[in-house]
Design a protein around this ligand. Structure first.
Ligand SMILES: [Zn+2]
Length: 287
């Protein structure tokens, strides 16, 4: 019905804003304005937009780490629940996946530390500015807090969060990719059940101690569970495609002539699939 709005380019990658994104600033403005304080409502919207600027930079972190390993990013889109960088393909070497997954939260750590350093420098130059914080200090304070929360939330060990990818990659250091994904998705499902129980008010929130219905957490629980299953299904399908490629490999020319091999070969010592055409190496895929 509505297409995503193209905001511009970041490091050569198209940045889009999903149409549902605008519901969030509208909701934030409406909630504060209804309470009777329009200037506070504008302040909250300004903080929200700045936080999503940080979310976009988080996605740029993933994209630049991917580019370092030769993986392009199609685009970055901002949704009300966060940002998504669509990489052309997922890295298959565990260490690459860990670096790409951690590059996003690392951007938020750098932003938060930069803002803290800026505030500290200002307090050093003009002592007392923190004792009576103005709108500027409050704005930066909220931004530091938001970046801290972005790091914490994204490192939760569940797909689609970055922590889920790190966990899968750690398992994949010693296990085949499908098994590693199955284990990581299992950990994510346990986390989803925990979110669901807290969100439904069955158990108290271990961080705040409060207990009650929280629709946001129930939504997170559903998303974590469903996207975990989708990730596992995708990895299984990819493995099945590869296995088919291997078993349908047909040597051409004399069967005993390895120089004319066509098909896939598995090298267990390097953990690499190689594709051959008439004895010529076409590409290698890390298994
Ligand atoms: Zn991320």
């Amino acid at each position: 019905m509505f297409s995503s709005f193209k905001l511009g380019k970041l490091v050569g990658i198209d940045l889009y804003v999903h149409p549902t994104f605008w519901l969030l600033p509208l909701f934030v403005f409406g909630a504060s304005a209804l309470a009777g304080d329009v200037s506070d409502a504008l302040f909250q919207v300004a903080v929200l937009l700045a936080v999503f600027g940080c979310v976009a930079l988080h996605e740029v972190g993933h994209a630049l780490a991917g580019r370092y390993y030769g993986i392009d990013t199609r685009d970055i889109t901002l949704y009300p629940i966060g940002g998504v960088a669509r990489l052309e393909r997922m890295p298959e070497r565990p260490l690459h996946e860990i670096v790409i997954a951690l590059a996003g939260p690392a951007v938020n750590v750098v932003i938060a530390l930069g803002l803290v350093a800026g505030i500290a420098a200002r307090e050093y130059l003009t002592p007392g500015s923190l004792a009576s914080p103005g709108a500027g200090e409050q704005f930066l304070g909220q931004l530091i807090l938001a970046n801290g929360l972005l790091v914490g939330f994204n490192l939760l060990p569940a797909f689609p969060m970055d922590g889920g990818r790190v966990l899968r990659a750690l398992f994949a250091l010693g296990l085949p990719r499908v098994e590693a994904t199955r284990l990581a998705v299992g950990v994510g499902a346990v986390a989803a059940v925990g979110f669901g129980l807290v969100g439904l008010g069955v158990v108290a929130n271990p961080l705040t101690g409060s207990q009650g219905f929280n629709p946001g957490l129930v939504l997170v629980a559903g998303v974590v569970y469903l996207l975990g299953q989708a990730e596992l299904a995708g990895v299984k399908a990819q493995a099945a495609r590869r296995a088919r490629g291997r078993y349908t490999a047909v040597p051409v020319g004399p069967a005993d002539d390895p120089d004319l091999f066509t098909g896939w070969r598995w090298d267990p010592s390097r953990r690499v699939w190689s594709q051959w055409q008439d004895g010529v190496l076409i590409r290698e895929v890390y298994g």
